[in-house]
Ligand binder design. Sequence first.
Ligand code: FES
Length: 220
Amino acid sequence: MKSKYTADRKMPGAFEGETVTRRNFMNVVAQGSGMVAVAAIALPALGFAIGPIFKSLPWSWQPIGTPSDFSETAYSTKVVQIVPDVGEVGNSIAYVRSRNPAIDTEPETKWNHWVALSSRCMHLGCPVRYVEAAERFICPCHGGVYDFLGEVVGGPPVRPLDRFYTRFNPANGLVELGPRYSVNDQLQAFSPRDPAQPLNGIGQYLYPRRFSTAEGPAGY
Ligand code: FES
């Protein structure tokens, strides 16, 4: 039968009277203390780093003009805030017009009386520019082209331009712009996705919404 003393077993660092059980116990205590110390430093840092991934960005309705500022046949360019509390880098451009029942055939809701297109290209995110004479949105990076509705008519973008919710606020008499949402080729609304993520067919399941993107008023 094996001795219970570490000295008898000639274990490294053994001293008189030390048992194997005591050594194992001290090992567990030392390693446990080390793990607690590491966790005390690492967990807050980890939480700080990945916490925002699971937290939706806050958003608010932004006034962008009176109803008479917008026509059905031309887009107005509006500077809008898409990331709060980061200054001008959080701003972007939205192209806004009144809904035109003759061409806007997607179901009308209380959030789309004004059509507000995001200027972020759905290939890799470059800013697109509206060319009024051609009634096209052109991306300077890789030649993406979108028609008047924001649907892709040329180049590599994988889906139509994203949109923003809009509403009329009777309290101030202004048109207001809400958070961004994405659309598929039928202009059906989805929660906001990133550029290069197609939404047709299985794409909507392959590329789910990031937790950090703001959920819209319609709950998408
Ligand atoms: S980023 Fe617009 S076409 Fe590539």
